[in-house]
Ligand binder design. Structure first.
Ligand SMILES: *[C@@H]1O[C@H](CO)[C@@H](O)[C@H](O)[C@H]1NC(C)=O
Ligand SMILES: *[C@@H]1O[C@H](CO)[C@@H](O)[C@H](O)[C@H]1NC(C)=O
Ligand SMILES: *[C@@H]1O[C@H](CO)[C@@H](O)[C@H](O)[C@H]1NC(C)=O
Ligand SMILES: *[C@@H]1O[C@H](CO)[C@@H](O)[C@H](O)[C@H]1NC(C)=O
Ligand SMILES: *[C@@H]1O[C@H](CO)[C@@H](O)[C@H](O)[C@H]1NC(C)=O
Ligand SMILES: *[C@@H]1O[C@H](CO)[C@@H](O)[C@H](O)[C@H]1NC(C)=O
Length: 383
C-alpha cells in the first residue's frame, strides 16, 4: 500500500519555523536560451577538473541561479538542479528523470510536499544511483516532481546542501531523508563535511557559460588569498537549522544602521533579501527607495549617494561594494521596466522568520565556505 505522507512543512510556527528556506523567492527569471543541458554541454565540461583532493563540480549560471549537473539512474539521465544551500533535499522533474528507464530506481512508496519560498512542490520519493560531476557516485534518496506549476521559477530541480540539522528537524513532519552530503560522507566519497562555492558574476548576456565551481570535501586554496573570515553558525532559531551567521552590525559607508541581526547564506536566493524595514534602515540616507514588488530600486538621482554596505560578523566584516550591488545595465531587461530607477541586488522578503538572507549575488564576490566540521561559514577574498 502506498504510504502517503501528508504535505506539512510548517511555514509559521513558534517552535518550528524551519520551512525550506526560500531557495528561489522571485518570479524574476529569464527565459533561458536553450535548456540547461545545452548550456552545460557547450561550456560546462571544460570547467570540470579533478584536483588532488576534494572534488570540483562546475556551477552553471543562467543569471539568477546556479545549477550543477547531477546524473541519475542506470543508464544515467542528466539533470541540472539548482545548487541550494537553503534546503536539504534533492528532487528533479519527471521531464528529466524518467523513473521506468532506470534499472536501479527503487520506489520508497511515499510522497511529500516541500514548501519553498517560491512555492510548493510535491515529490514522490525514490532511491537511485546519482553522480555529481564525474567522481561522486552514491545511492541517494530523491524526489520526482510531476507538477511544477505552483513553483514560481523555472527549474528542472533542486539539490539541497543545507546542514544536516535541517533534515533532522524535518523528521517532525516525515521520516528522515538523508541529504546528498550525508550520503557522500557515509559512503566515504568525501572525508569532511565541508564545501565552498566559487561563483562568478556574469559580465554580459552570454548565459551558456559555467560560472565557477563548487568544491566539495576540501577547500581549493588556489582560489582565494589572505585569511578567511569565519563566523559560527547562529545558535538562534530558526537560523541554527541553516548555514547562517549572526550579524551584529550592518553599516552603510562607515555608519552603523542596523544591529543584532542573524542571516542565512542561501545560494538559491537570487538577491540579498531582507524585510522592507531593514532595507529602509540600511538605506535611510537615500530618498525615494522603492521596489517593483520585490527588487529594491533607487532613484537615478540618488545613485551617487549610495555607499558600500558592510556586514559585520564575529570574525571580521565583509563588504558589499556599491558597484557590486547595482544591477548592471545588460541585466536590466531581465528585471523589467526601470521607470527611471536603478535596480539593486537587494530585495524584500522576511517570511519564514528569516529577516535577512545573503544570496548568491553577495557570494559571487567571495570564496564562500560552508564548514560543517567546525559549524561555521567563511568568506575569503577571491583570487
Ligand atoms: C504550501 O504548503 C503549505 C503547507 O502545506 C501551505 O500552508 C501553503 O499555503 C502552501 N503554499 C502554497 C502557495 O500553496
Ligand atoms: C514499495 O512497494 C513495493 C510494492 O508493494 C514493494 O515491492 C517495495 O518493497 C516497497 N519499497 C519500500 C522501500 O518499502
Ligand atoms: C537507499 O539505498 C541504499 C543502498 O541500497 C540503502 O542503504 C538506503 O537505506 C536506502 N534508503 C532508504 C530510505 O531505503
Ligand atoms: C498542478 O498543480 C496545480 C497547482 O497546485 C493544480 O492547480 C493542477 O491541477 C495540477 N495539475 C495536475 C495535472 O495535477
Ligand atoms: C561574456 O562574459 C564571459 C564571462 O562570463 C566571457 O567569457 C566572454 O568572453 C564574454 N563575451 C563577450 C562578447 O564579451
Ligand atoms: C514600473 O511601472 C510599472 C507600471 O506601473 C510597475 O508595474 C513596475 O513595478 C514599475 N517598476 C519599477 C522598477 O518601479
Amino acid at each position: 500500500m502506498v504510504k502517503l505522507i501528508p504535505s506539512i512543512i510548517l511555514l509559521v510556527s513558534s517552535t518550528c519555523a524551519i520551512a525550506a528556506a526560500a531557495p528561489h523567492t522571485l518570479t524574476l527569471h529569464r527565459q533561458a536560451k536553450g535548456s540547461y543541458k545545452d548550456m552545460a554541454a557547450s561550456e560546462g565540461n571544460r570547467w570540470a577538473k579533478k584536483a588532488t583532493s576534494g572534488v570540483h563540480t562546475p556551477a552553471i549560471n543562467d543569471f539568477f541561479k546556479y545549477n550543477i549537473e547531477v546524473s541519475i539512474g542506470h543508464p544515467p539521465q542528466a539533470s541540472y538542479p539548482i545548487f541550494d544551500t537553503g534546503s536539504p533535499y534533492l528532487w528533479v522533474s519527471d521531464q528529466v528523470y524518467d523513473v521506468p528507464k532506470s534499472a536501479s530506481a527503487r520506489s520508497l512508496n511515499s510522497s511529500i510536499t516541500l514548501a519553498y519560498g517560491a512555492g510548493n512542490v510535491t515529490i514522490d520519493l525514490y532511491n537511485d544511483t546519482i553522480s555529481l560531476g564525474k567522481d561522486l557516485i552514491i545511492k541517494q534518496e530523491l524526489g520526482v516532481a510531476s507538477n511544477l506549476t505552483a513553483l514560481q521559477i523555472q527549474t528542472e530541480g533542486v539539490i539541497g546542501f543545507a546542514p544536516e540539522a535541517m533534515a533532522l528537524a524535518y523528521t517532525n513532519q516525515f521520516s528522515y531523508i538523508p541529504t546528498p552530503m550525508h550520503n557522500l560522507i557515509a559512503s566515504h566519497k568525501i572525508g569532511k563535511y565541508l564545501f565552498a562555492v566559487d561563483f562568478r558574476p556574469l559580465r554580459n548576456t552570454t548565459v551558456n557559460v559555467a560560472n565557477g565551481q563548487i568544491d566539495i570535501g576540501e577547500l581549493d586554496r588556489s582560489k582565494y588569498t589572505g585569511d578567511v573570515i569565519y563566523s559560527p553558525i547562529s545558535k538562534k532559531s530558526p537560523f541554527k537549522y541553516f548555514w547562517s551567521t549572526d550579524v551584529p552590525k550592518i553599516k552603510f559607508g562607515g555608519k552603523t544602521m542596523v544591529s543584532d541581526l542573524s542571516a542565512v547564506l542561501d545560494t538559491g536566493s537570487p538577491l540579498i533579501l531582507a524585510t522592507w524595514k531593514i532595507l529602509q534602515e540600511i538605506f535611510s540616507d537615500i530618498e525615494g527607495l522603492g521596489t517593483d514588488g520585490r527588487v529594491m530600486t533607487v532613484p537615478k538621482s540618488q545613485v551617487h549617494k549610495l555607499k558600500d554596505v558592510t556586514f559585520e560578523l564575529a570574525g571580521g566584516s565583509i563588504t558589499y561594494k556599491t558597484e557590486q550591488y547595482l544591477v548592471p545595465s545588460f541585466l536590466e531587461p531581465d528585471f523589467g521596466p526601470t521607470n527611471g530607477t536603478q535596480y539593486t541586488f537587494f530585495g524584500v522578503f522576511g517570511e519564514f522568520g528569516l529577516p535577512l538572507i545573503l544570496g548568491e549575488p553577495l557570494m559571487e564576490h567571495y570564496y564562500t565556505i560552508f564548514d560543517g566540521v567546525n559549524k561555521r561559514v567563511g568568506f575569503a577574498t577571491r583570487k
